[in-house]
Design a binder for this molecule. Structure first.
Ligand code: OGA
Ligand code: MN
Length: 224
């Protein structure tokens, strides 16, 4: 069964098998979702939260040094809690993705967490990985973009690095585009955005209840 709808514009059509092949290969995939009702509701909610100043500056690991954090990332975030139909729909989509990927790649994806993120003009997120190798808490990263009519010159690209530090690809954060990649394997960054940039970053985690508490942090570890 094709989980991810085809008929995409601007990006190749993906189905779950193509997605899993890409994850097993370069570790990165991008596709376009076509559930415009859900996407429109998520976009609406994100802009309302932004206007209501309901997002807070994101952190890194346990670091509380605000100057250090500001040198690394400048986005503001709010966790999804499933309290609105738009969020429920997105969490249900993530659950389908989790089951279908587990069935094919046996990644042991167990739980999903996600936050809205807004980058103001001038904001960025320097190169990092989403999980330290071996910690196995965040296994699969997903980023859904919610920005209609994003132009090349608007910046705010997701820049993906290959194993030899080359730039593998750069993705525009266009409305409905979903990036999926292995959290431990794929270094990436968000280049400076010249416009307000809305997205939902989410992570499928493995069941880490057996791990030491020090490895169970919710916050993002950073790469040098
Ligand atoms: C992150 C991240 C990428 C993006 O939140 O960890 O890398 O394109 N986001 O927003
Ligand atoms: Mn990241």
């Amino acid at each position: 069964m094709s989980l991810l709808p085809s008929g995409l514009t601007g990006l190749p059509a993906f189905d779950i098998d193509t997605l899993c092949d890409a994850l097993a290969g370069p570790g990165f995939a991008a596709m376009r979702l076509v559930d415009t009702e859900m996407l429109t509701a998520l976009r609406h909610e994100a802009t309302e939260l932004w206007q209501d100043e309901a997002l807070t500056p994101a952190g890194i690991g346990r670091a509380e040094d605000h100057e250090l954090i500001a040198r690394i990332r400048r986005d503001r975030t709010k966790w999804l809690d499933g309290s609105t139909p738009a969020q429920t729909a997105y969490l249900a989509f993530a659950e389908t993705l989790r089951r279908d990927i587990n069935a094919r790649l046996m990644l042991g994806l167990f739980a999903f967490e996600a936050h809205y993120a807004v980058y103001e003009a001038g904001a960025f997120y320097k190169r990092h990985v989403d999980s330290f190798r071996g910690a196995r808490n965040r296994v699969l990263s997903t980023v859904l973009y919610l920005n209609p009519d994003w132009r090349e010159g608007d910046g705010g690209h997701l820049r993906i690095y290959g194993p030899d530090d080359s730039v593998l690809t750069e993705l525009r954060p266009e409305f409905g585009t979903l990036a999926v990649f292995l959290s431990e394997e794929v270094p990436h960054e968000v280049t400076i955005s010249h416009r307000e940039r809305f997205s939902i970053a989410g992570w499928h985690r493995c069941n880490d209840r057996g791990l030491a508490p020090a490895l169970q942090s919710r916050a993002l570890p950073i790469a040098p």
